[in-house]
Design a protein around this ligand. Structure first.
Ligand SMILES: [Zn+2]
Length: 802
């Protein structure tokens, strides 16, 4: 009720999921009741995933949904640009070079012109003290967009849809990484203070408390946060625009009076809120309908938004429950969906359903010829049949449909830019008549289902292909000239699917057979098809493409389901293709024990080299005969996530002492310690290693060998060429100090930075070998980087090549 009478807006701008000040968003949306948005330039694709093995595109989808889950709690809206988080960078130059300055500026301008914020809030300063180059760029672009959005000569192609927009002011929500920055910020003049710890008796929480709940949705980056009670002071300083002395909305009319002719609407809404009776909200409906009539004569984009809010308020005050569900969560192109549109009146208020229309991928209407007044507390269900168009695209997120352009997404439709996710496939419009006026309520068509362990859930309705072609993820590596089998699963999404699946490889590579017929009789049924791939004799990189002809239509995608309890299930349709790599790799280890940590695709990569990889359980760690493994490898952040690994460290070191080989990938510090455990710091290796925060983010950064150690020569001769073609970065969380027993194998550093030697450490221990390596093998191996395979194979072989 209060929000209806506030006509103001704020847009916060930063670079990543988790950069946003959730408490300020909650305070603005829930406390000040202004329309509040967060524009994150990227979807956080380049980060590390703490809850599973998804990387890149899939991680971006998870983080998008985490932000939306957070926004459902703090009450703000979510927007993105086309920029891709390409991983940590220290410079604005690398960021602008990879994104294109004008391209991402145009997206920020576009979101501002559509959202029309009164105030823009930056999280960063646009200077090196922001740390991450992408942070700096978010503030630089925010400042530029503040004036560019108002300038009709900038990005005039947007003006066929939107008008130029001048926000009143742009401010920096001060924050500091260090004590020194904190002191500097405290000295800034004309700060506007806000207490985000203010308690809201209607909500029963303070905004900082709400922020803790919201922030804890960022689970893939381990952002679980406290629900903080008590005062929480925050400050804003002017960056540009009209100065403010007391409040960030100084000089901004956030009432209906700002809209010509709007004052009477504000008056009615104020009275309605004042006389609101919690026990009888339906008594407020006539006043709201009166306000709606007055709004009809007003024409500004914000009025359309407020009308939707008003209609939702009327729905709530009337005790109406409106819902649209489909009979299944997925449909194929040309397939049918049955939609149930339910209207239920739970108050003694006369309501007529005049019509229910569905729009989106198809349009249809309910037949309401048999009368439409709602009986008290008796659900009224209209059934609507919809057929998906034959050429309906699959429900791939809009930003992943076209190949990327460098580190930006390709989004052909300007109107999609900025959207957090695909609009619902179908929406139901309920046109309702109440005593005193008409309203329209819109509901996305969802699938509603029961999960025995969780209760009632919903998920978005999607379009999927008749069959999915599943190739296991990651590149295929041919370590010698022999042919290898590649498995392709053809999975049916329809009761019966028959067709022909075909494999294409470029010249020099051979496939046998080229095509196979398949016939599936039941949705969910799958048939494995095996193809023999013969590589060329020389080094080569190629792309294998699988496609199927089914009923005259060509299908060339697989399906990837992302399912976590804190977000709605997501389905991606990656192209059914895989990278083929022919390169000579020799491996002197056969049996590998792998201690999976936070999740990575390294075991699958090692199997490509012909190794047997066994994932070690907690029970194996404690009891199994480790001696049967040539090498034991710990996955990324295994020491952070596997207490059983830390508990059995002595056993593992004993194994090394007796002649085993151990390869430890990167871990992070938590509270100064690995796994948060003070005792674990010293014993991640046989001699002390201190993990630091150093990383090398430029994937082309030169790497120099420091020693002439057999591990660099056997069984593969490692040369500079093996460090070519790496992706995203060299490595992260390098060792900062180490015992002299270790030999640092390589030196590398980002341009203009000090040399770093803690990326890979090697030592003999007893009869065995131990290697700590914080290089990004978890990215390079699945990407099919030939040199990464050769170097890692040497690490695995270390115990046998001395
Ligand atoms: Zn960030």
């Amino acid at each position: 009720m209060d929000q209806l009478n506030v006509v103001g807006s704020v847009l916060m701008i930063a670079a990543h999921p988790d950069d946003e000040n959730t408490a300020l968003l909650a305070y603005l949306a829930r406390g000040r009741k202004v329309r509040t948005g967060y524009l994150s330039l990227t979807r956080g694709e380049g980060g590390q995933n703490l809850i599973g093995s998804e990387q890149g595109d899939a991680l971006g989808v998870i983080r998008t949904q985490e932000l939306l889950a957070a926004r459902r709690i703090d009450g703000a809206e979510q927007f993105f640009t086309r920029a891709i988080d390409f991983g940590f960078t220290k410079t604005t130059e690398e960021t602008f070079q990879k994104w294109g300055h004008e391209k991402i500026l145009s997206d920020v301008v576009w979101v501002i012109r559509r959202f029309r914020p009164d105030v823009i809030v930056l999280r960063f300063t646009g200077t090196p003290k922001d740390g991450h180059g992408q942070h700096q760029v978010s503030a630089i672009l925010g400042k530029e967009a503040f004036s560019a959005a108002a300038d009709p000569h900038r990005f005039p192609e947007q003006l066929q849809w939107v008008e130029p927009w001048q926000a009143k002011r742009i401010m920096w929500n001060t924050f500091a990484f260090t004590r020194q920055q904190e002191e500097e910020a405290a000295k800034l003049p004309n700060q506007i203070g806000v207490d985000l710890g203010t308690y809201d008796p209607v909500l029963g929480h303070s905004y900082a408390e709400i922020a803790g709940m919201s922030r804890s949705m960022h689970r893939s980056q381990g952002m679980g946060a406290p629900e903080r009670k008590g005062s929480a002071k925050n400050f804003l300083v002017l960056v540009e625009g009209e100065p403010a002395s007391k409040d960030m909305f100084d000089g901004i009319d956030t009432t209906w009076s700002r809209i010509p002719g709007g004052a009477p609407v504000g008056q009615i809404l104020a009275e309605a809120a004042h006389s609101f009776d919690v026990e009888h909200p339906e008594k407020t409906v006539p006043a709201l309908l009166e306000a709606r009539k007055l709004m009809a004569g007003l024409h500004q984009p914000v009025v359309d938004l407020k009308r939707r809010e008003l209609d939702e308020a009327i729905v709530l005050c009337s005790g109406l429950w409106l819902d649209a569900t489909a009979d299944k969560y997925a449909v194929v192109p040309g397939g049918d969906l049955k939609i149930s549109a339910t209207a239920l009146s739970r108050e003694q208020l006369p309501v007529d359903v005049r019509s229910v229309d569905v729009d989106g991928m198809a349009t249809a209407s309910a037949d309401l010829s048999h009368g439409s007044p709602l009986a008290f507390n008796d659900p009224h269900v209209s059934t609507i049949s919809v057929t998906a168009p034959k050429n309906q695209p699959y429900s791939q997120p809009y930003w992943l449909r076209e190949p990327k352009q460098g580190e930006t997404y390709t989004v052909p439709n300007q109107l999609d830019i900025g959207l957090a996710e695909n609009p619902p496939l179908l929406r139901a419009h309920f046109h309702l008549h109440l005593d005193g006026g008409d309203i329209e309520a819109i509901r996305p068509v969802k699938f509603r289902y029961i999960e025995r362990s969780q209760g009632e859930l919903t998920r978005p309705v999607i379009v999927e292909p008749d069959v999915a072609l599943q190739l296991s993820e990651g590149a295929r590596v041919f370590a010698n000239g022999t042919a290898r089998a590649i498995d392709l699963q053809v999975v049916a999404n329809v009761p019966s699917a028959a067709g022909r699946v075909e494999i294409q490889v470029p010249a020099g590579w051979a496939v046998e057979p080229r095509a196979l017929d398949f016939k599936l009789t039941g949705a969910g049924q799958e048939t494995p098809e095996t193809f023999q791939i013969t590589p060329p004799a020389h080094d080569s990189k190629a792309v294998l493409e699988a496609s199927a002809m089914v009923g005259g239509a060509k299908i060339a995608v697989g399906m990837q389901v992302i399912n976590y309890p804190h977000i709605p299930p997501q389905v991606l349709f990656p192209p059914s293709r895989t990278n083929l790599v022919r390169t000579d790799v020799r491996l002197a280890a056969k049996n590998i024990g792998y201690v999976m940590g936070a999740g990575d695709e390294v075991p699958e990569a090692l199997r490509q080299l012909g190794a047997d990889v066994v994932l070690l359980s907690a029970d194996d760690m404690a009891r199994c005969d480790l001696e049967r493994f040539d090498v034991i490898v710990t996955g990324v952040r295994a020491y952070n996530t596997r207490p059983d690994l830390r508990a059995n460290q002595e056993r593992l070191l004993e194994y090394v002492k007796n002649g085993g080989t151990m390869v430890v990938q990167y871990n992070v510090l938590e509270g100064g310690f690995v796994g948060g455990d003070p005792s674990s710091l010293a014993n991640i290796g046989p001699y002390p290693i201190k993990i630091g925060r150093d990383r090398v983010t430029v994937e082309e950064a030169p790497v120099e060998p420091l020693v002439s150690n057999p591990v660099l020569h056997k069984p593969n001769e490692i040369t500079a060429k093996d460090f070519e073609g790496w992706v995203q970065e060299r490595g992260l969380y390098f060792a900062s100090e180490w015992d002299p027993h270790y030999e640092a194998l390589f030196e590398t550093h980002d341009p203009g930075e000090k040399p770093l030697r803690g990326g890979t450490l090697y030592t003999r221990y007893g009869k065995g070998a131990y290697i700590f390596t914080a290089f990004s093998w978890f990215r390079e191996l699945p990407a099919g980087v030939p040199g990464a395979y050769r170097i890692f194979a040497n690490f695995l072989s270390a115990g046998k090549t001395e």
